[in-house]
Design a protein around this ligand. Structure first.
Ligand code: GLC
Length: 613
């Protein structure tokens, strides 16, 4: 046996028993398990030497991704650079942005017009033709690695497109392939599911099943009718999807975002969300990765409340995902922008800050999806806010309908039954940059930019990895052109999925422009973040009471040094009431400052560090 084989065997030996145990528990199928092991070895052998070296290096430093220089950005390849080859030319811009982790939004083969933004994959081994080839992808990965950057991609494992080879065969009535999805010859069982399973897209794609007249069957489609849910009770589905995962790892991906992971196991009589088998599958995936490609991280997309999100980290002994989105905090942030009251955010941050430091969250202000108002309504209720009217208030506020609101955006999946609606818009538009620009009101613009920068400063202060949404670094506003595109017009999420404005990005070094103001401010903050020990992943992070609900104060402590971040969520000047003895410095201006009753201008912030006495 070669030395390389030795490495594989060692990793396999570490996980074999647990992996087999879980696999048998789910599938009771020895030969399929044997096939999985054979294929894992195959993928290991095919893995390029430089990726194997990356694996070994990262195995020795398993916390490599928790360093405070990590900064992510998510972007659409076509919007940002045209295609994968174009991406290579634009990496220097991303370096300028201090970004070292690039999340490429879905780029695999997907039917035009029936793609859900690429989340309906027709072929897991093929890149969308207009974007390039697999070869381009792995070349991009190599180039990123040379520049010290990581690549992240979506792994859409809950469903395939109706145009996927399996789906086409299933549609022809081939039982082998029908068993890879959920097929029903009448509506009896679907009707039972509908009693307990909530809807993801109540307006744009109501119901969880789609009737296929050509074969007289219903198929389960939790998302759009053209996204067919995969049946993970079938070990063939699990094995093949794991081979796809390993295939992407071998293209040089560093992070695999497991799309819509809570949904992957279905059980009649349940909500079909977060079932225990989902955790078995994710745990198996983690082990498979650790055996074949240990440098690759799993990022779980769990858009749920914290108590549902946290289990996806697994336990310290049996970890599942390496990273998860801090989704409730994101939604709560915008709630606090609208209410100018940070109490809920404090509570939310206390929950996250009290979790074990091993858990790494991805923090963000905006992403490609809508903002669902998944707030802690039991707490809001105690303060007199009821769920339905409060959501209406938030939506009205961000639509710009309430007095003094300068936000712009659109509703998403306005559900007439539950009166629920989610919200779409870019950070800049939600901060008022769009409306100020439209009105050519310099004063309003100043205020909007201040809010935008404050929110980024606050995001960069949170515990975890910050993730920017492409365009936010230059204050890019909503794009309404999607309305003219029949493939997109029904889905308002495209309002914040516009093309990147390179001509605006050109203005980033001119501090008199909006682009320049935001870009420079973010740059300064990111530079501080990556160089100051108080931003280390193992720093203590707490909220600090300043006796004023408009101001959120975050304290970070590391090695005797303390950091105070004051973020004023009100548009009025407010005072943070505190008194700390010691010597402190304003980190942005370098000026010495006292930490006594800090006055913060409307929507402004301070970053202060020093030693407390
Ligand atoms: C994830 C994606 C979203 C997509 C859904 C279905 O939630 O973020 O854009 O619609 O999965 O794949």
């Amino acid at each position: 046996m070669s030395k390389a084989d030795d490495m594989f065997q060692k990793r396999l030996a570490k996980h074999h028993d647990e992996l087999k145990w879980l696999y048998m528990e789910l599938y009771q199928n020895d030969s399929m398990f044997a096939e999985l092991c054979t294929n894992m070895y195959q993928y290991y052998q095919e893995r390029r030497q430089q990726l194997k070296a990356r694996d070994e290096q990262r195995e020795k430093t398993p916390d490599w991704f928790k360093k405070n220089d990590m900064l992510g950005m998510m972007l659409y390849i076509d919007n940002f650079a045209g295609n994968l080859k174009g991406m290579k030319k634009k990496l220097s811009y991303l370096s300028d942005c201090n970004v070292n982790c690039i999340h490429l939004m879905p780029f695999l083969d997907t039917p035009k017009g029936r793609s859900d933004g690429g989340y309906a994959v027709a072929d897991f081994r093929k890149v969308r033709e207009d974007l390039g080839t697999m070869q381009d992808l792995s070349e991009l990965a190599d180039m990123c690695h040379q520049k010290g950057m990581n690549l992240c991609m979506d792994f859409v494992m809950n469903h395939t497109s109706e145009e996927h080879e399996w789906a086409k065969r299933a549609r022809q009535g081939d039982g082998e392939y029908m068993s890879r999805y959920f097929f029903y010859h009448n509506y009896d069982i679907p009707a039972q599911y509908e009693k307990t399973v909530p809807q993801v897209f109540p307006t744009t794609a109501p119901g969880n099943f789609t009737y296929l007249p050509e074969i007289g069957h219903y198929v389960m489609t939790t998302f759009y009718p053209y996204q067919w849910d995969l049946n993970y009770r079938n070990p063939r589905v699990f094995n093949e999807m794991m081979y796809n995962f390993l295939f992407f790892a071998n293209q040089g991906m560093d992070i695999i975002r497991i799309d819509a992971v809570p949904y992957i196991w279905k059980e009649l009589g349940t909500k079909c969300r977060n079932l225990p088998q989902v955790h078995t599958i994710v745990r198996m995936m983690r082990m498979i990765g650790e055996i074949v490609c240990p440098s690759v991280l799993l990022l779980g997309e769990v858009v749920m409340e914290p108590e549902k999100v946290v289990p996806y980290f697994g336990t310290v002994e049996k970890p599942e995902c390496h990273m998860l989105y801090n989704v409730t905090t994101m939604a709560t942030t915008w709630n606090c922008v609208a209410t100018k009251d940070t109490r809920l955010l404090k509570q939310q941050m206390d929950i996250v800050n009290n979790l074990p430091k091993e858990y790494t969250f991805l923090n963000y202000l905006r992403c490609h999806d809508d903002i669902g108002w998944g707030l802690d309504f039991s707490v809001l209720k105690q303060w007199g806010m009821q769920e339905v009217p409060h959501k209406r208030f938030l939506n009205d506020f961000f639509l710009g309908k309430t007095e003094n609101s300068t936000s712009r955006g659109e509703l998403y999946n306005d559900d007439p039954v539950t009166q629920d609606a989610r919200f779409c818009g870019t950070t800049a538009s939600m901060c008022g940059i769009e409306s100020a620009g439209f009105e050519q009101d310099a004063d309003k613009m100043e205020k909007a930019v201040t809010l935008d920068i404050m929110l980024h400063a606050y995001m960069l202060t949170q515990s975890g990895i910050p993730m920017l949404y492409s365009g936010d670094e230059i204050g890019q506003v909503n794009d309404y052109t999607y309305k003219e595109n029949p493939d997109k017009s029904a889905d308002s999420r495209y309002i914040h999925r516009g093309s990147f404005h390179w001509e605006q990005a050109e203005k980033r070094s001119d501090s008199t422009t909006v682009e320049g103001k935001i870009f420079k401010a973010l740059s300064a903050l990111e530079t501080i973040r990556r160089s100051e020990p108080v931003f280390a992943a193992d720093a203590g992070v707490y909220t600090y009471d300043v006796h004023n609900d408009a101001i959120l104060c975050i304290l970070r402590e590391k090695e005797g040094e303390s950091f105070f971040g004051f973020f004023n969520f009100s548009d009025k000047e407010e005072t943070a009431w505190l008194q700390e003895n010691g010597s402190f410095t304003n980190m942005l201006t370098g000026e010495k400052t006292e930490l006594k009753d800090i006055v913060v201008a409307g929507h402004d912030f301070y970053w202060v560090k020093g030693k407390r006495r």
